[in-house]
Structures are given as structure tokens and as C-alpha cells.
Ligand binder design. Structure first.
Ligand code: KG4
Ligand code: ZN
Length: 356
């Protein structure tokens, strides 16, 4: 069983894997809190934590019903232990610990980013190594995934995450939260060449991102031509989306180049995950980048790209196989960079390697 409560989705899922590695999602229940946060234009941590308390038990019960399982039939409980909004993480982690104590099941604390990073192995059964572009409301990162617990962060945002930039742009234009889907929708009727927004870091070496200068440029452009007509809003959306698409495409081409140099894979694989992967214009541009680089692009189905508990359950399965369990001292962590060495996995792997 997987449990997720680190942001504004309360989720529980049951995933089964056979010995060959093939996985089946038996249930995958997600309750989004968009309605609770809409009036505030973003996620309010305190409200999120309270909503998780109210709903998590029922979501877990529904995950069991949908999978025709009882809680005592699951082999282990995997739960997001961070990074995220600490109140929400505490709700999920404490619930998981209580269930494990009552049912005498192993506990597996999962790094939420690891869950995103391993999802393509659940959906497409791919082998290590692969390159991951994680683009969500909280993260914008290139990660070379070389094994369970082995993540090299090649690039990250030095300020806003890309989803956050979409959300802030939408808010400035008076659009609803979450802004990404609204911006994409309105961009369809806009002129992407009307505004020439800056492309921060684009021609600098490295694989980092920066979006806060772009956000300021959008605000200044909007203020200059206020009051905005419908067409103005559409043109700003289209120009903003065009700019971030160019930035992502150029950076992804460079990241694939580095990946090919370091790992010389037969078929380099680029996986895109996170809510922004839902954006069709971005997905199309990345598809072109992959074709140019002779690489395979994998975009897991949207419900597994955005926050969910099936990915947490799957990361739990990957760690279960390595014997990388946690005890009840497992902490809730607001910050938890994937680049930290993973002692659990390292210890388990060395046990495997030294076994006769
Ligand atoms: O992965 P996710 O569901 O939650 C986390 O942040 O972990 O991602 C949500 C983010 C939001 O910022 C939302 O605006 C963005 O993904 N998003 C999009 C689109 N759909 C969702 N951004 C651009 N275009 C979209 N179609
Ligand atoms: Zn996420």
C-alpha cells in the first residue's frame, strides 16, 4: 500500500508486483484539495494538513475496497515521509506508522521525489539508467536515475519551479488556481510572438533553470498594457508558454547530450514527470528533442505524472525488494534532497553483494 499527503492531494493505492517485476495497480484513489485552496490562489499549508486529517482514513478504506483487499492482506505500507508541507507529511506518516504497528507490517518511508523518479519503471518497466525531467508545482530538475536510491541531480531551478511560474503568471492575469491548465487553454488563441520575454540562463553552461525574471517580465508587460483585453491575456499566455517551451527544449537537448556522453546507452531514455508534463505544447517540443537526439521519450499517463499514491506504493515495492525498510523513528522531513546518500539502500545492497 502507498500513502501520499505531502501537498494538496490525499491519496492511497494498492499495487501488486509479480516476481518478474510486472506491476498491477489494484487501486489508486486521489482526493484533490483544489476546491479548499482555490479562493487563496495557492495551497495553504494549514488547510491542507487539516483536510488530510479529515479524509485520509476514508481514502485508505476506499483503496482497500477498490482493490478487494483488506489492510491485513498488504505486505508493507509505503508512505511519503518528505519533502513537502510538513503538516501534511506528518498526517500520512503518523497514519502509516499506526497502521504498521497495529497490523505488524513493515514501514517504508519514501522520498516523494524518488516516487516520481521511479514511476516510469511502474508504467513502462524501463531499465536503469535513464534521464528524468521532473517539472511540477514544487520542482524543476534533471535527474540521472542510475538505480534505486541512486540519483544524480544535474540541474535544478535556482528560484521558482516551472509549475509555480505557470501558477503565478495565471494569478497575475486574474486566472484561477491551478494556473497551468488555464494558461495552456488560453494560449491556444494567443499570439506567441507578440511579447519577447527573457529566457533566463538559456545560453549559460550547465543545466539549471531560473523562472523568476520571466515572471517579473510578464508582470511588467501586463501592467504596461492594462486594462487587459481577452486577446491581451491570450497573447501573454501564448508568449509565456512559448518562452518556457524553448527553455525546456534547449536544456533537455543539452541534458540528453551529457547523458549520452556519460552513460553511452544504446537507447537513451528521457522520462518527463510532474504536473507540467500535462502541457501538450511542452510535451510536443520534448518529443522533437527526443527524436533529434535519437532518444525515447516516456511521459507516464497524466494521473501517474501528477501526485498520486500508486507511485509511492511502487517506490515501496522497489525498496521492499532490496530489504530497505524503516523503523518507527522514520522522521517527517520538509526538506529532503534526493542527492543525499541513501544509507538504507546502500546498506541493503552491500548485504546482498556480500551474501554467499
Ligand atoms: O505534480 P503536480 O500535480 O503537483 C506538485 O506540484 O507536486 O503539479 C502541479 C503543477 C501546478 O503548478 C500546475 O499549474 C501545473 O502542474 N500544471 C500545468 C498543467 N497542468 C498542471 N502546467 C502547465 N500546463 C498544464 N497543462
Ligand atoms: Zn509531486
Amino acid at each position: 500500500m502507498g500513502i501520499e499527503s505531502s501537498c494538496d492531494e490525499t491519496a492511497a493505492a494498492i499495487v501488486r508486483a509479480d516476481k518478474t517485476g510486472k506491476a498491477t495497480i489494484l487501486s489508486d484513489v486521489v482526493r484533490s484539495q483544489i476546491a479548499e485552496h482555490k479562493d487563496f490562489g495557492g495551497v495553504v499549508p494549514e488547510l491542507a494538513a487539516r483536510a488530510h486529517v479529515v479524509h485520509l482514513d476514508q481514502i485508505i478504506a476506499r483503496a482497500c475496497t477498490n482493490a478487494s483487499h483488506t489492510l491485513s492482506q498488504v505486505d508493507a505500507i509505503a508512505v511519503t515521509a518528505g519533502p513537502g508541507l510538513i503538516g501534511g507529511v506528518l498526517v500520512g506518516l503518523t497514519t502509516a506508522k499506526a497502521l504498521c504497528a497495529a497490523l505488524n507490517k513493515p514501514l517504508i518511508g519514501i522520498n516523494h521525489l524518488e516516487a516520481h523518479a521511479l514511476t516510469a519503471r511502474l508504467t513502462n518497466n524501463i531499465q536503469f539508467p535513464y534521464l528524468l525531467l521532473l517539472v511540477s508545482g514544487g520542482h524543476t530538475q534533471f535527474i540521472a536515475v542510475t538505480g534505486v536510491g541512486e540519483y544524480q541531480i544535474w540541474g535544478t531551478t535556482i528560484d521558482d519551479a516551472l509549475g509555480e511560474a505557470f501558477d503565478k503568471t495565471a494569478k497575475m492575469l486574474g486566472l484561477d488556481y491551478p494556473g497551468g491548465p488555464q494558461v495552456e487553454h488560453l494560449a491556444k488563441n494567443g499570439d506567441k510572438n507578440r511579447f519577447k520575454f527573457p529566457r533566463p540562463l538559456l545560453n549559460r553552461p550547465g543545466l539549471d533553470f531560473s523562472f523568476s525574471g520571466l515572471k517579473t517580465a510578464v508582470r511588467l508587460a501586463a501592467e504596461k498594457i492594462a486594462p487587459l483585453s481577452e486577446q491581451d491575456v491570450a497573447d501573454i499566455c501564448a508568449s509565456f508558454q512559448h518562452t518556457v517551451t524553448i527553455i525546456l527544449a534547449k536544456r533537455s537537448a543539452n541534458a540528453l547530450e551529457r547523458f549520452k556522453q556519460e552513460f553511452s546507452p544504446q537507447n537513451p531514455t528521457l522520462v518527463v514527470a510532474g504536473g507540467v508534463a500535462a502541457n501538450k505544447a511542452i510535451a510536443k517540443a520534448l518529443d522533437n528533442v527526443a527524436i533529434q537526439a535519437n532518444a525515447r521519450l516516456i511521459v507516464p499517463p497524466l494521473n501517474l505524472c501528477t501526485d498520486n499514491a500508486a507511485m509511492v506504493a511502487w517506490a515501496g515495492i522497489e525498496r521492499f525488494r532490496l530489504g530497505a525498510f524503516d523503523d518507527f523513528s522514520c522522521p517527517a522531513r520538509a526538506r529532503w534532497p534526493l542527492s543525499e546518500p541513501d544509507m538504507h539502500v546502500l546498506n541493503s545492497k552491500s548485504k546482498f553483494e556480500s551474501a554467499p
